[in-house]
Design a protein around this ligand. Structure first.
Ligand code: 5RP
Length: 228
């Protein structure tokens, strides 16, 4: 029996899978909500002969999709991606969001930026009046990461290097590390995004601004929020 949050994730994932059409190149995000989406896509491939090509955003999703018989292509092998469906850690009323809770933000952003349409699938707990409650993930090269931590501290960004279950710095699919910024509130997301992008050693940050076109919120009734 799924709890309420899992039910919402499943409902959002399955609804998004119904939007995928034959012939599409589909960006496959990462996370527990996307897992439901990919499961349903796999069912559609097996049962309806849905003919799609997936472009994945993490090793985890690639493994799941392969196991389900979904054809995959490298992001560089396609002209563009028709539709990407991904999760989010937090989303505000303007459909800006924080991503990277699952440490896949770099590939997620690359795939999103090469997609004609981006849909996020979320449960109700991800909706916030403003961003910042969820710690902001920043992917950094490991060389000099303590220097970056010091810099972030100096700017009152409350950095914490993310550790894996063995207590070692978590390594992303690209061999980088993640520093989470515990901010509580982000009054000027654009400024922070630009500042972070300008720091040497920062590979990418989890602020996804003006990226998402639609958010699907799972529930007894599906809500579809569109960027205005
Ligand atoms: C991974 C992500 C995920 O999309 C985000 O963490 C949401 O995950 P979930 O669906 O498990 O709540 O950004 O890097």
């Amino acid at each position: 029996m799924l709890d309420k949050i899992q039910q919402q994730k499943k409902a959002a994932g399955e609804y998004a899978a119904s939007l995928v059409e034959n012939g599409m190149v589909v960006g496959l995000g990462t996370g527990s909500t996307v897992r439901y989406f990919v499961d349903r896509l796999g069912e559609r491939v097996a049962n309806e002969g849905l003919d799609i090509v997936g472009v994945t955003t993490s090793n985890r999703t690639a493994h799941q999709a392969r196991c389900l018989g979904i054809s995959l292509a490298d992001v560089d092998a396609v002209d563009y991606i028709d539709l990407t469906v991904d999760g989010a850690d937090a989303v505000d009323p303007q459909l800006n969001g924080i991503k990277g809770g699952g440490a896949a933000l770099l590939y997620e952003k690359v795939v999103a930026k090469n997609s004609k349409r981006n849909i996020w699938i979320v449960d109700g707990s991800k909706q916030h009046a403003e961003l910042g409650h969820f710690p902001l993930p920043v992917e950094v090269v490991s060389y000099g990461e303590q220097q970056l931590c010091r810099l972030f501290k100096k700017h009152n960004l409350n950095p914490i290097l993310r550790l894996d279950e063995d207590g070692r710095p978590l390594t992303t699919d690209n061999g980088n590390n993640i520093i989470d910024l515990h901010l509580e509130t982000i009054p000027f997301p654009e400024e922070l995004a630009t500042w972070l992008s300008n720091q040497v050693g920062v590979v990418e940050h989890g602020l996804f601004l003006n990226v998402c076109d639609e958010v699907i919120v799972g529930g007894d009734e599906i809500q579809v929020l569109k960027r205005e």
